[in-house]
Design a protein around this ligand. Structure first.
Ligand code: FAD
Length: 260
């Protein structure tokens, strides 16, 4: 059963700098917009319930109400909150694979209600702005990162932020337009796209994320806090790459998208 993870219930952060009790809300949310944010990848916008508060990087559990079909994976999924707390909507973005949940979600009429149980998680940006943040992310793992970088840019926190975002093709990179806009607006944010099968006119990095690539964009490897999120395989591979570079494990924070 793909019930989202409830180990975060009555969350008190394990990180001292984010320590705070979250107020979990169980409510219904209305679908207000659907859009494509990369090839085979859609974002779903929901109206934010009054009084709903969360921290950039957290996630929500969404449950379909009386769906026309279901399968063994069930009617609930956890999705990171893509928009930042200062933005108007609750947004979930996901790869549209062939499961009953995603088939139903894709075809939901605007105005449909889902159950929401949120916020959960401690995958949030560190507070000390003089410590740089480096995100090394595969594909859809970028959803909580969008929220963190948007909020830090809005608040002008001054964090130096680098995002290495890997995908198969340029068209496959979720939320590319958002990150390009954020990089234009925030001089402290560097957006590096890393694509395995680029087009001939591609101006980003080519291939997979390598140790050399990390060293190229992170001049002092000992300084930043590193953030890894997404499907388990990618998170594990990137953690290995960082430990091979002798990055202190205390400086690595991860969020695994279980269920992929
Ligand atoms: C804290 C947390 C945050 C999360 N945040 C997000 C988020 O923001 N966005 C998100 O998408 N998920 C997120 N997840 C994962 C999410 O909850 C689902 O588990 C995930 O989207 C998988 O969905 P699914 O079970 O419908 O199966 P999927 O893996 O989407 O689909 C399975 C089906 O697709 C087929 N398939 C598998 N791989 C491929 C492929 N490469 N191409 C085509 N078909 C394939 C399989 O054969 C199978 O039939 C998060 C999970 C956690 C725990």
């Amino acid at each position: 059963m793909n019930q989202a993870i409830y180990t975060y219930a009555s969350t008190i952060s394990t990180f001292q700098d984010t320590k705070r009790e979250d107020h979990i809300m169980q409510t219904k949310v209305k679908l207000i917009k659907k859009e494509t944010v990369a090839e085979g990848t859609m974002a779903f916008h929901f109206a934010k319930p009054q009084g709903f508060e969360f921290r950039a990087g957290q996630f929500a559990d969404y449950t379909l109400i009386d769906p026309p079909e279901t399968d063994a994976e069930g009617n609930t999924r956890g999705f990171s909150l893509v928009q930042a707390p200062f933005e108007p909507d609750l947004v979930a973005a996901t790869r549209m694979r062939d499961t009953a949940f995603k088939r139903v979600l894709k075809d939901l009429p605007i105005g449909t209600e889902l159950k929401l149980d949120a916020p959960y998680g401690d995958f949030t940006l560190h507070k000390t702005a003089s410590t740089p943040a480096v995100f090394i992310i595969g594909g859809i793992g970028v959803t909580p990162v969008r929220s963190m970088i948007a909020q830090a840019s809005h608040d002008k926190t001054g964090h130096k932020i680098t995002l290495l975002h890997a995908s198969r093709t340029p068209a496959d990179l979720p939320l590319k337009a958002d990150f390009e806009r954020l990089a234009k607006d925030n001089p402290n944010f560097i957006y590096v796209m890393v694509v395995e099968s680029p087009t001939s006119d591609w101006r980003g990095e080519r291939g997979r994320v390598t140790a050399e690539m990390v060293k190229k964009y992170v001049p002092d490897l000992s300084k930043p806090i590193y953030y890894l999120s997404g499907p388990e395989g990618m998170v594990k591979a990137m953690r290995q790459l960082l430990t091979d570079l002798e990055v202190n494990e205390d400086n690595i924070r991860t969020e695994e998208f279980t269920g992929y």
